[in-house]
Design a protein around this ligand. Sequence first.
Ligand SMILES: NC(=O)c1ccc[n+]([C@@H]2O[C@H](COP(=O)([O-])OP(=O)(O)OC[C@H]3O[C@@H](n4cnc5c(N)ncnc54)[C@H](O)[C@@H]3O)[C@@H](O)[C@H]2O)c1
Ligand SMILES: CC(C)[C@H](C(=O)O)[C@@H](O)C(=O)O
Ligand SMILES: [Mg+2]
Length: 347
Amino acid sequence: MLIATLPGDGIGPEVTEQAVRVLKAVTGDLLTFEQGLVGGAAYKAAGHPLPEATLDLARRSDAILFGAVGDPDCDALERHLRPEQAILGLRKALGLFANLRPAKLFPELADASALRPEVAASIDLVIVRETNGDVYFGEKGHRKTADGLREGYDVMSYNEAEVARIARVGFETARARRGKLCSIDKANVLETSQLWRDVVIELSAEYPDIELSHMYVDNAAMQLVRNPGQFDVIVTGNLFGDILSDQASMCAGSIGMLPSATLNSSNQGLYEPIHGSAPDIAGQGKANPLATILSSAMMLRYSLGKPDEADRIEAAVAKALAGGARSPDLGGTMTTAQMGDAVLAAL
Ligand SMILES: NC(=O)c1ccc[n+]([C@@H]2O[C@H](COP(=O)([O-])OP(=O)(O)OC[C@H]3O[C@@H](n4cnc5c(N)ncnc54)[C@H](O)[C@@H]3O)[C@@H](O)[C@H]2O)c1
Ligand SMILES: CC(C)[C@H](C(=O)O)[C@@H](O)C(=O)O
Ligand SMILES: [Mg+2]
């Protein structure tokens, strides 16, 4: 099976390297790894954040292991050349619309959560985030108002098929868990959200066994901190899901802990930590690789049909944490490579 590794920028290569070590240790010679250029690294080497060769590699692969993209050197480039276009372009080109972001507290990390330990202990949820539409992919640009002021605009929209497709993933995910689905929107203000809510309600007729609720996104941000245990599965749009998943990560201990899978309708998947390229700590061996290692476990489970190997990696992460493995974001001093060593030793 072919795995496309796309390390990208900043801490992307550092964390990806550790995940590849763990994957190799668990799968022997089952997987072939082929590396591609993405992000600022690709722009600097090949003039484009998502070169044709990388897209081709991604298309040919059984799964993609993605690090992170984003490079302050590239922030002034035209939008279509910025590193972030690589991840957006991959999601769109491969139809990767269902971004699953689980947030669960490893009990050993209760002290790392931004929440009181007894509140943090309850967090065990999955955010199902749509990643092919919303304000991310609408018409955007700069223009002048009638009285000559500069104006920026980004059009937000979802059609009913896009909403139904992701809502179905939400219902199915809830069915495989505790049977609760919370759809998060801003239907009190946005027409896009009103359609979202209508379509979710229509689809709920097919899922009478699922307890469906709706919440406005501002309240959801508050509830995630007040009582994260009330959520089982959250389904939401691209922008709200982006923001809420970073917030959920701190409830679970660190942004360096949260993995993700982004799937298309044929279950091909892109696996990446939810964090970015962290330019502030890049090259210093301070990055926590566990989110990427846990993403590789999701890859084994969702795209490669290897649930036992996935369980083995997740158990090794738990054992490493129980044994005291802590990178700086978790209050420790271990380097990225030492965190990888600790997981390998715990396999
Ligand atoms: N999917 C992606 O590739 C992705 C995701 C988010 C941000 N980005 C990009 O990354 C760049 C930096 O963005 P940002 O600073 O807003 O977000 P970020 O997630 O890169 O970093 C936010 C903070 O969290 C810390 N952090 C992140 N990952 C960590 C890890 N594994 N271990 C320890 N600490 C970690 C960073 O040091 C920083 O202080 C930007 O160019 C942004 O566009 C890319
Ligand atoms: C880098 C950016 C385009 C990306 C997003 O907003 O989807 C990131 O924040 C993420 O969470 O994967
Ligand atoms: Mg994000």
